[in-house]
Design a protein around this ligand. Sequence first.
Ligand code: F6R
Length: 241
Amino acid sequence: MRIIIRENAEELSKIAAQQIIDGYTPGMRLGVATGSTPLGLYKALREAHAAGDFSMAGSSAWALDEYVGIPADHPERYFNVLHTELVKDGGVGLFEADLHTPDGGAEDPKVAAKEYDAAIAPGVDIQILGLGRNGHIGFNEPGGGLASRTHVDVLTASTREANARFFDNDMDRVPTFCVTQGLGTIMSAKKIVLLAFGTDKAEAVEQLIEGAVSQLWPATVLQHHVDVTVYIDEAAASRLE
Ligand code: F6R
């Protein structure tokens, strides 16, 4: 695990974006996270595209997860969020047809989860990850299996509370279920780039880097991956020895 610590998120987002640009190959499959953490990285990729230095045309992006039952036109539906970040107005050059998210609106989300897992196999080339305060990656909450594949899951109260900011702070509007890549699916990526910013993430970062591999802190499974780079700001690194 390579660990890169800088003072602030902006600088880290740019360095992480450069890692994606340097590792880019035409036709690449890029795993993409939602949430607030990767927004600076996506902005840096859009800027590189606008400058003519980078384009994902002909390549594909694969979301980590999606809410179940969220209306198709809801701005927080992860397909829509990623469309805004990567496709809209030129974005990173990615075509809409090449943006993939689990189908949270499927009649049977369990079937949709299996199909998504099969489509990702044998794994994306680079997977971008954020980190939950409780150590989740994707929506793999503490206690789940370390080798799980893409599946339907229940969001914990703490994750729903953390995400309420995207739903007018109204808990009744925050979805209860999601489809998420499993930890085994995430581990099948060839390379992993994880970003975590702020003191809120310090305990999860401490466990990720210094803790024992455990279902209680799902991200710790990444210790078993051969190619992980972790980008953390000083606040997120504050509990490291
Ligand atoms: C997003 C995802 C989550 C987030 C995590 C951190 O697709 O799967 O694991 O990466 O909840 O969220 P932020 O970045 O909003 O702190």
